[in-house]
Design a protein around this ligand. Structure first.
Ligand SMILES: Cc1ncc(COP(=O)(O)O)c(C=O)c1O
Length: 389
């Protein structure tokens, strides 16, 4: 079954690809739908990019994505990637000197830079809580976050699934508590859509940004920004163009909400990746995807247990706090690039070795196309690499 699925991807058959989480991988039928949108654009660029037409096709994609995410499609706008969506949020919020942005020690390095940039310009302060490891309970997580709130906290910034450590943060109660205190919650869901069943309306975060190119398997360049209706007026896109209105009035210049018009019209663009999101959702349905996640989780956790036995290093979280399709396995100290290159050169396996908090990890991703024999190859390769180190 997984072997059949692999054939539906353009991935190099000579490489065991164990890092779907890095950039995702787009299946052939979805890639074909993406190219089809590009061909349609090139055939009639003026008609295609005319605001009424563009808004209509984007709305169709937003509707399908909204159904997948448990979100009102009108609260969703396309963005190029999670970094762009989170930058738009971070750089829009009206922060002042002394305001505090509360976050954790597991955040994605590029977004740490974004908040440092915002802090330098506004005088706000980034405060980081240390999430206790191993992560084994929701209350340990939430209580740590809540203990970080002060009267000056204006923003709570959390990954839903962390990048270096592949943890699934139980963010629900922290988001609710932030709202109760008037603190804006900004969630980095780069790895969540397609890996975790989302219900954004229920979660109630003020701002939630997710990638579609990773676990939903849409083309690269497809991501979304979701904002609660009540806070949409705070946001400006990174690019101010025809769709923006100075007074943020509703409707915007193209007749949709100010939020949609401002974000959907940012100059000449190629919207094909976002327009192919429904094709990605259809592919997943046709291949029985949500059901495949359990098999991936079982394979990931079983492999992590084998690697733990090999290295003598215990896991950093109980299985329910690991991402369903990713696991960061503690390994002996190593140079991330040297190990990645050796694994690829000597074993034809692609997998990253993130460094985090002075420790080394091997981050395994298991997607529907990965197989148990590939996990055997990985375990044998790690045994030989660490024996040689
Ligand atoms: C937690 C997290 N946030 C943000 C990003 C950035 O995603 P992108 O490069 O698509 O903007 C990543 C990328 O892997 C990530 O892991």
């Amino acid at each position: 079954m997984a072997d059949d699925l692999k054939a539906l991807f353009r991935l190099d058959p000579g490489v065991t690809f164990l890092t779907h989480g890095t950039y995702g991988a787009c299946p052939r039928p979805v890639f074909a739908a993406y190219q089809d949108w590009q061909v349609r654009l090139e055939r009639q660029p003026v008609t295609f990019l005319e605001p009424r037409h563009l808004a209509r096709v984007l709305a169709e994609a937003r509707h399908e994505l909204g159904a997948e995410l448990g979100a009102d499609p009108d609260d969703l706008v396309p963005v190029a990637n999670a970094t762009a969506g989170l930058n738009a949020v971070a750089r829009s919020l009206p922060l002042a000197a002394g305001d505090e942005i509360l976050t954790t020690d597991h955040e994605y390095a590029a977004l740490e830079k974004t908040w440092a940039f915002v802090a330098a310009r506004t005088g706000a302060i980034v405060r980081r809580v240390t999430v206790p490891l191993p992560l084994t309970s929701e209350s340990a997580f939430t209580e740590t976050v809540l203990a970080g709130f002060t009267p000056r906290t204006r923003v709570l910034f959390l990954s839903h699934v962390t990048s270096p450590t592949a943890l699934l943060f139980p963010i629900g109660r922290a988001v609710t508590e932030a709202r109760a205190r008037g603190i804006w919650s900004v969630i980095d869901g780069a790895h969540a859509p397609g890996q975790i069943a989302l219900d954004l309306n229920r979660l109630g975060a003020d701002f939630y940004v997710g990638n579609c190119h990773k676990w939903l398997m849409a083309p690269k360049g497809s991501a979304f920004l979701h904002a609660r209706r009540a806070v949409q007026g705070l946001l400006s896109p990174l690019v101010i163009s025809h769709g923006w209105t100075p007074d943020g009035g509703t409707p915007g210049p193209f007749g949709h909400t100010a939020f949609q018009d401002a974000f959907q019209f940012q100059g000449t663009c190629d919207p094909a990746a976002f327009l192919a999101v429904p094709a990605a959702l259809a592919f997943r349905r046709a291949q029985g995807w949500p059901g495949l996640i359990d098999r991936c989780r079982t394979l990931a956790q079983a492999t992590a247990a084998r690697v733990a036995a090999l290295t003598g290093r215990p896991p950093i979280a109980a299985p329910e706090f690991c991402a369903p399709q990713m696991v960061a396995m503690p390994v002996p100290d190593c140079d991330p690039l040297v190990m990645r290159d050796r694994l690829l050169r000597d074993h034809r396996i692609e997998m990253p070795f993130p460094r985090w908090a002075g420790r080394s990890f091997a981050r395994l991703s298991v997607q529907g196309y990965n197989t148990a024999p590939e996990m055997d190859l990985l375990c044998a390769a790690l045994a030989s690499l660490f024996a040689a180190a």
